[in-house]
Design a binder for this molecule. Structure first.
Ligand SMILES: [Zn+2]
Length: 343
């Protein structure tokens, strides 16, 4: 099990970045990987606070989580003889720093600026290699600094997407249990219980989650961290990624860039819960309460994309057995999507 050693959540905690790095016994210079917007929002301040405390820093601004950017980060870290990396951003910067630091055998600290997906603390990095986005196994951050003052100011769509990524644990766990019963797949009660409890907590608190509120940012970011911990306990993304994630990846393959990861996972969870014979209406209303999309038209994907994604999703990570089994027939896919009002 590889778990983060220090997790700091609170208002204004990004200001304590240097203290956190010292507590983690991190030494040497820090390569700070950040995005163009997140640099202004927090990256520059993190850099200044580190410099004021005597750490050497270099800023790397990245727009894409491409393998070339991972290699650029590795080169920059080597040139400045960095002792560790810090990622300040929503997702791309974290993915780049996560993989680059692992390849360079250095630790990294994650400072998420939004609560939009569980990659902020997981060991998986989503990286584009030769035009194809894949989940690459890397390592978990040594420390996480989740500043609710920053996260609560992120666009509201991001918080809703984060809720979708957490709620998706419900079908991921059902798929895992199915694979354990049907295929004898290794199963962890602890990882499963933690992942499921985290998702149920978000479903229960959905009515009170509001964008712009620090308390809501705190609840969602802690749930994302819990999901990440569940994955660390399991040693894979199994507790937080099943058939609904396959659907999300399939949509992205067919019609890339239309929707956020968590939005697609939320949609997928509604349909997969229906296929599992579970309470899909409960999932749908929780997503509606947090302001996440519950139909394909809300995110601008058409009927053909949805049906094709549902019928081809099983081909993504085929070794990961789910309710999709060896594939959904076209008629069943269309019927499930219509029944659950995705279409
Ligand atoms: Zn996810």
């Amino acid at each position: 099990m590889e778990l983060p050693r220090l997790v700091v959540v609170g208002s204004g905690v990004a200001r304590e970045v240097a203290d956190v790095c010292r507590d983690l016994k991190l030494k040497g210079g820090a390569l700070i990987v950040t995005g163009p917007t997140t640099c202004e929002l927090a990256g520059e301040e993190v850099s200044r606070r580190m410099e004021d405390d005597g750490f050497d820093t270099s800023l790397m601004i990245t727009k894409y989580s491409k393998i070339e950017e991972v290699e650029r980060a590795e080169r920059m870290a080597a040139d400045m003889e960095a002792g560790f990396l810090i990622a300040v951003g929503g997702g791309r910067s974290i993915d780049v720093a996560k993989l680059a630091s692992q390849r360079a055998k250095l630790h990294f600290v994650s400072i998420p600026t939004a609560a939009s997906h569980d990659g902020i603390c997981s060991a998986q990095a989503s990286i584009t290699i030769e035009g194809e986005t894949t989940s690459v196994s890397a390592h978990a951050p040594l420390g996480i600094i989740a500043d609710t003052a920053i996260i609560s100011k992120a666009p509201k769509r991001l918080l809703a997407a984060g809720c979708g990524d957490i709620i998706s644990n419900i079908t991921a766990i059902r798929d895992w249990k199915l694979a354990s019963r049907l295929r004898g797949e290794e199963y962890s009660e602890y990882a499963s219980a933690l992942s499921e409890m985290t998702a149920k907590m978000i479903v229960e608190t959905a009515p009170s989650l509001k964008p712009g509120l620090e308390e809501s940012a705190r609840v969602v970011v802690k749930a994302l961290i819990s999901s990440g911990v569940a994955m660390s306990i399991a040693g894979s993304s199994r507790p937080a990624s099943g058939s609904e994630h396959k659907f999300a990846h399939a949509v992205n393959r067919i019609d890339p860039g239309k929707a956020l990861h968590g939005e697609l996972c939320g949609l997928g969870t509604i349909v997969m819960m229906y296929l599992h014979g579970g309470d899909w209406k409960m999932i749908r209303s929780a997503l509606q309460e947090v302001g996440a999309p519950t139909s394909a038209s809300e995110i601008g994907i058409d009927e053909e994309t949805v049906v094709e994604a549902l019928t081809t999703a099983h081909n993504i990570r085929p070794e990961r057995y789910t309710i999709l089994g060896s594939g959904l027939p076209r008629e069943a896919a269309a019927a499930a999507a219509k029944k659950t009002k995705i279409l």
